[in-house]
Ligand binder design. Structure first.
Ligand code: TEU
Ligand code: CA
Length: 555
């Protein structure tokens, strides 16, 4: 990987919730353009935009009806060109979301495909005959609930959708489809975009023959990824995409790869295989799954988080590192403390996360410690996934209060509430009615406040990123977990040659003692701490305040 890629720090902008420029309540491209200095000053140098293409917005833009058109609610193509130009003028880069596991059912390809079995686009999607009794080909369920198969009378066939039924899966076994995708990728790359974040890319190669999935307790349908996660031709297709498109440009290729082991991930990123630069792991997002999966009232165990992150650090040559994104709860609410220790825990989490080996991804609002939303009724939520799962819980006989509690903890709306810019109307996001609820805590948590205060979370993120960018130990140094057993502390070292940095963080709201391994009881220099405490040596007994985090360079 070349130098700029290794030094990339990615800021994920969820465009519709970032900044609204024309007061229709929806964040847009001119809004984002007006905030580039904010992102640059934080220390990020790459901006990943969630989908901005034409879409009926059934899944907030991850259902694309025209890959080469901008959704008018976000602006025009000339707004995009202007954004790209401004981004490049400031020395930043742009990565677009490439959603090619599926399209919207309103995409021209699908509208044609469903008409008949013998037109140009008939094989662009995955069609199968019904069972002899007319029912769906298999028991596969979709990620958002219900069957993954939908019947179309015109063809007398079912099509596959791993996500919503308005998101039919593309047929990557068809070489014509693959060429159409590559052509579209070249369209954006020729405009000058600097890379892609490839949505659900681990699902693009489907099994030749679909089979019934084993059913777990309470489930009517098989897991959506059964047979499709890292399917038979996945690496072949990505190598072809690399050969035909990616390798012709100096760009960043990031794969979103749910249901992938670290061993499989290494195949995607190992440089001699010419596939992708890095992938998102999901294993550490499963640490608080419950009996029904993602939506649960389970609290994570530190050892699970530590073990998962460490296993990826040890087994994969280059990682995307993240704790939150537009699909996940707010990190301070999930892994820290969004109450009394909101600031301390947000800063500690940033140290532990961003100083691991790999490319840091910061999701908008993390840098000011934004928290989960918490609604009082299901009707207040926007995301289709939340509504489907809530209904599923009620059907299981779970009471409304418990169902809402589980949904509140995990709903994707938590991440999607508008960016909190200041303490005025609608948090300074828009003067119109925002498309989604504003988190009522914007008077306490907002950008303006953080920019004015030299001890803010934002300023702490700046320090972490500044430190990482210019420090070869933190870029290339080997990661080693030093607290495999501790119940309260996550500590690791980064080592390059004879140079070593220790990063240690407490995950508890009380004071704890940590007995430092003997070889680390040394002099040195404290590089960062989220409390006002200065150290020039590490004692054998380290006392950590609530959520204290320390970065220390050893002599
Ligand atoms: O998510 C892919 C994914 O695997 C989902 O299971 C995701 O983890 C889930 O939404 C969490 O509940 C990507 C996008 O990031 C997501 O926003 C889209 O809804 C999805 O693909 C379909 O495009
Ligand atoms: Ca707008």
């Amino acid at each position: 990987m070349n130098d700029w890629k290794k030094k990339a720090v990615v800021y994920e902008a969820y465009v519709q919730s970032f900044k609204d420029s024309n007061n229709d309540g929806i964040g847009d491209l001119p809004g984002l353009t007006s905030k580039l200095d904010y992102i640059k000053n934080l220390g990020a140098n790459v901006i990943w935009l969630t989908p901005i293409f034409k879409s009926p917005l059934v899944d907030n833009g991850y259902d694309i009806s025209d890959y080469e058109a901008i959704n008018p609610i976000y602006g025009t193509m000339s707004d995009f060109d202007h954004l790209l130009n401004e981004v490049h003028k400031k020395g930043l880069k742009i990565v677009l979301d490439l959603v090619v596991n599926h399209t919207s059912d309103k995409h021209k390809w699908f509208r044609e495909s469903k008409k008949s079995c013998n037109n140009k686009y008939s094989d662009y999607y995955i069609w199968r005959d019904p069972k002899s009794d007319g029912s769906a080909p298999t028991n596969l369920g979709s990620a958002f609930g219900g069957s993954a198969w939908e019947y179309v009378p015109e063809r007398k066939q079912y099509y596959l959708h791993l996500f919503a039924k308005q998101q039919p899966d593309l047929n990557w076994d068809n070489p014509k489809l693959r060429q159409s995708v590559y052509k579209m990728m070249r369209f954006w790359l020729d405009k000058g975009v600097d890379g892609f974040r490839m949505d659900s890319i681990s699902f693009i190669s489907k099994p030749k023959e679909f089979k019934d999935a084993p059913l777990q307790d309470h489930k009517k349908y098989g897991a959506y990824y059964y047979g499709s996660a890292n399917g038979p031709h996945i690496h072949e297709y990505l190598q072809e995409m690399n050969r035909e498109v990616l390798s012709k440009y100096d760009i960043l290729a990031i794969g979103e790869t749910p249901h992938t082991t670290p061993e499989e991930a290494e195949k995607f990123v190992s440089t001699d295989r010419h596939e992708l630069d890095m992938v998102f792991q999901f294993e550490h997002m499963h640490v608080d799954y419950g009996e029904f999966g993602r939506y649960s009232d389970v609290t994570f165990k530190l050892s699970d988080l530590r073990n998962s992150m460490s296993s990826w650090q040890n087994k994969v040559s280059w990682n995307s590192i993240y704790l939150g994104n537009h699909d996940q709860p707010r990190i301070v609410s999930r892994f820290g403390n969004d109450n009394k220790y909101q600031k301390e825990s947000a800063e500690m989490l940033a140290m532990i996360e961003l100083l691991q080996k790999g490319t840091p991804f910061i999701f908008q609002g993390e840098e000011i410690g934004m928290t989960n939303l918490h609604v009082n009724g299901i009707d207040e939520l926007k995301d289709l996934e939340a509504h489907n799962i809530y209904q599923f819980f009620l059907n299981q006989g779970i009471d409304k209060e418990t169902a809402l509690k589980m949904v509140n903890r995990k709903t994707r709306d938590n991440a999607r509430t508008p960016m909190q810019w200041n303490n005025t109307t609608n948090a300074g996001f828009s003067n119109g009615k925002p498309w989604i609820e504003i988190n009522p805590n914007y008077k306490q948590i907002n950008v303006e406040k953080d920019l004015q205060n030299k001890n803010s979370i934002y300023k702490f993120y700046q320090k972490i990123l500044e430190l990482k960018k210019n420090n070869s130990i933190l870029i290339d140094g080997k990661y080693k977990l030093i607290t495999p057993e501790d119940s309260a502390i996550y500590g690791f070292t980064r080592t390059l040659g004879n140079k070593q940095i220790l990063v240690v963080g407490s995950f508890v709201p009380y004071k704890v003692k940590y007995d430092l391994p003997k070889e680390l009881v040394r002099k040195g220099k404290q590089l960062l701490c989220n409390y006002d405490k200065h150290r020039n040596s590490l004692p054998s007994e380290l006392f950590l305040k609530p959520y204290e985090g320390i970065v220390f360079q050893l002599e």
